[in-house]
Design a protein around this ligand. Sequence first.
Ligand code: ZN
Length: 241
Amino acid sequence: MKFFLALFWVLYFACGAVQAEDKPTEIHDRIAPVPQTSKRIALTLDACSGKFDDDLIEYLIRNQIPATLFATKKWLLVNPKGVAIIKVHLDLFDVEDHGENHIPAVIGAGKRVYGIPGEPDIIHLRREVTEGASAITELIGVPPHWYRGATAEYDAQAVTEIEKLGYGIAGFSVNADAGATLKRLAIEERLKHVKDGDVIIAHMNKPASDSAEGLSVGLTHLLKQGFHFVRLDQVSLKVVP
Ligand SMILES: [Zn+2]
């Protein structure tokens, strides 16, 4: 009896360890420091699916604020007006890979992140990453080098595979709009805490949200404080806890 009880606990903890190892994690990054630079921050905007937030992009163009845009193939195909505007401003915008169909980078039947199903196997993950990249090369004209998966959560196997395909995984350190769900004042408040080296994430696919309004006020404030915006194709990132 004692033997079976011991065996039960050994198996219980072993399964728990496997599960913990396999649990998707949100990757956090800051801009890797370079001597004699200060007050560098990066704005990243996700275009998951949905529409084009022209108020937000027009604000960035008016104020000459560079940004890195993570677009899915799905978004690029249904937003030709947005694509056209981005394409004439490639001096400001670096377009990077957010996948083909906005499927979270977790592998295995039944795996989900925030209720969204992940990939059934590694072949599907590869397709999500490479088809997203091809769409950017084709529609924007510049091949991407960074990848950000839907939901920004990854399991260990997906991380290894994405890096093997040649893409760096772009995390973030300040979540400015919580998936375009935050109200204007909450976005402004989050941006007040931005520090040198931060990578900000927000969304450019929900024009009905408060993202454009909140970001306009918050980013103008950061410009006044002397922060300098860089794009991810100009810097390296450093993983932080
Ligand atoms: Zn997304």
